[in-house]
Design a protein around this ligand. Structure first.
Ligand SMILES: *Cc1c(COP(=O)(O)O)cnc(C)c1O
Length: 242
């Protein structure tokens, strides 16, 4: 498997972004072909957290439209600075109650819903003039690297409740597995998430999104059915520690 992170061209960053994007699209296409899937069925979310608006603009000029952010305050500044572009903003970070209004007002998608209380606030605070907020439920699949996410055996109940909220559109599931080196180890938690989505759909939900795969495991995720891969480092370079 290609190690996109080590391939990522860091300097000079503003000319590297377009070629990094190209390399990722090639990697997605290759993995999709191996899985006998269509490359068009795998969307690329460019994770721009910690990178400036100018880097997002560069990615836009290279054809990228969807961007992921993890920190509300930082994201709001970028969204404001890039109002002139038709971008689609996805919130992918942990959600504090006091940030739900800003998220509901400024994003098209939220990938990291793991509590009903947060989902209820997002629904209530979604402006009426905007389409429903697309949401994924973050699931703590085996070996999850982040602390976020609902336990798999609680995901069904949470999904049923979120699906009933009026101003949200439940699209699917998201996971951030613990890093693993080998492709077969990387595939396991992704397969688990795919199985969970199949189970939810068998119960009458209509989920179409598996948000899984990052710079180091996107091929494994595509092999297991990812419909959105969230890629930061392999596009923008290494992040400075905040
Ligand atoms: C930062 C982040 C990413 C991107 O990770 P990379 O390893 O830089 O590709 C993806 N998903 C989430 C939820 C993140 O916080």
């Amino acid at each position: 498997m290609t190690r996109l992170r080590s391939m990522a061209n860091n300097a000079p960053i503003m000319t590297a972004i377009a070629s990094n994007l190209q390399a990722i699209h090639r990697a997605i296409a290759l993995a999709a072909r191996t899985a006998q899937r269509r490359a068009e069925d795998v969307a690329l979310l460019a994770v721009s957290k910690t990178f400036p608006a100018a880097a997002v603009r560069k990615a836009y000029q290279a054809g990228q439209r969807a961007f992921g952010e993890s920190y509300v305050q930082e994201a709001l500044g970028k969204i404001e600075a890039l109002r002139d572009l038709p971008l689609e903003w996805h919130f992918i970070g942990p959600i504090q109650s006091n940030k739900t209004r800003a998220i509901a007002e400024n994003f098209a998608w939220v990938h990291s819903v793991d509590r009903l209380k947060i989902a209820e606030r997002l629904s209530a605070q979604r402006p009426q003039n905007l389409p429903s907020l697309n949401v994924c439920i973050q699931v703590n699949v085996s070996g999850e690297g982040s602390k976020g996410g609902v336990a798999p055996d609680e995901a069904v109940e949470l999904a049923q409740a979120v699906a009933r909220l009026p101003h949200l559109r439940l699209r699917g599931l998201m996971a951030i597995p613990a890093p693993a080196q080998r492709t077969d180890a990387q595939r396991k938690p992704f397969a688990q998430l795919r199985g969970l989505m199949r189970q939810l759909n068998a119960q009458g939900l209509k989920l179409d999104t598996l948000s899984m795969g990052m710079s180091d495991d996107l091929e494994a995720a595509v092999l297991e059915g990812a419909t959105i891969v969230r890629v930061g480092t392999a596009i923008f370079g290494e992040r400075q520690k905040l």
